[in-house]
Design a binder for this molecule. Structure first.
Ligand code: PEP
Ligand code: MG
Length: 325
């Protein structure tokens, strides 16, 4: 199997009928970059920067962060590197911030919410990201955006960081792309409005599903309700992709669903532009993709989106997969 996939190492990610997409990889720490390159990913679609903040005793400095981001961007040699700003909180803890314990941490003080409150932490990261952007194809992405106002506030901070660097005569890429995660249902529902404010979306299904079906993604007891093929979830994903394309921006997915082989035909049919998965899944996806025809699966999309039960959809997709792969 591995040998079979190896053949796809330096090939583009293209379907049997010629539709090209991008397969990127997710990383947590700069060292993961080796795996990204070894598996032939076309870029990094999600760099979870919170890991730079975890398992230590204090906040990483601007210089430390700058070096980490620059290191990854340099090693990717001009390929895209989507770096997500801090997503602390929820299930990711940072002791030295002494955050108050919360009854519902996934609905609480986390990610962009924390960054817009602790502006000095956010500003340090934005400066480090901008400085590193002079050395590669870095794109910045905000997590957990739930309103347009929140996005605009974060954009304002980025603008201030740019101005500060300019005043100090420090180089950065002034055409750096800015994107946001779609992982909160309110953001998905108004993705038409948000799409006018950013250069790209990345759908975070890990959180989007838990918020849509009201199931804590770590709770084993109700895990059966957390289902990627839930028709509500699928319809929302399609809506986000349509809204992005309507506004002429690209849209990817960096949640676990992007790596599900049975989900792949559906996402291709919906027109997803970029898949960001763990490095070890890149070649398998590229292989499966090469066996699929988008036109064929597209002709079945309406039928699938009218199916009422997640299990029926999953079974349909498994059968589709077995027939074509
Ligand atoms: C997601 O929510 O799908 C995602 C990619 O972010 P994380 O898993 O880091 O919350
Ligand atoms: Mg998330």
């Amino acid at each position: 199997q591995l040998l079979l996939y190896k053949k796809y190492l330096n090939k583009p990610s293209i379907t049997k009928d010629g539709k090209e997409v991008e397969i990127f990889a997710n990383i947590g720490l700069p060292d993961d970059t080796d795996k990204v390159i070894a598996n032939g990913a076309e870029g990094i679609g999600l760099f979870r920067t919170e890991f730079l903040f975890m398992n230590r005793k204090n906040l990483p400095t601007e210089q430390e962060q700058y070096e980490a981001y620059k290191d990854v961007a340099t090693r990717l040699k001009g390929k895209p590197v989507v770096i997500r700003t801090l997503d602390i909180g929820g299930d990711k803890e940072v002791d030295y911030l002494h955050l108050q314990a919360e009854l519902n941490p996934f609905l609480g003080y986390r990610a962009i919410r924390l960054c817009l409150d602790r502006k000095e932490i956010f500003m340090t990261q934005l400066r480090a990201l901008l400085r590193a952007s002079a050395y590669g194809n870095i794109k910045i992405m905000f997590p957990m955006i739930s309103s347009v106002h929140e996005l605009r506030e974060a954009k304002q901070m980025l603008q201030e960081a740019k101005k500060a660097l300019e005043n100090e005569g420090i180089l950065y890429n002034d055409t750096i792309e800015l994107g946001m995660m779609i992982e909160v249902p309110s953001a998905a529902m108004m993705s038409d409005l948000l799409a006018k404010e950013v250069d790209f979306f990345s759908i975070g299904t890990n959180d989007l599903i838990q918020y849509m079906v009201a199931v804590d993604r770590g709770n084993e007891k109700i895990a059966h309700l957390y289902h990627e093929f839930n028709p509500g979830v699928l319809r929302m994903i399609k809506m986000v992709i349509d809204n992005a394309h309507e506004a002429n921006i690209w849209v990817g997915m960096c949640g676990e669903a992007a790596a599900n082989p049975y989900m792949l035909p559906l996402l291709l049919a919906m027109g997803l532009d970029e898949f960001s998965v763990c490095p070890s899944a890149v070649l398998e996806l590229r292989y499966i993709m090469s066996k699929l025809s988008v036109d064929d699966i597209k002709s079945k999309l309406d039928t699938i989106l009218m199916m009422a039960e997640e299990h029926a959809i999953e079974k349909y997709m498994e059968e589709y997969y077995d027939k074509h792969i």
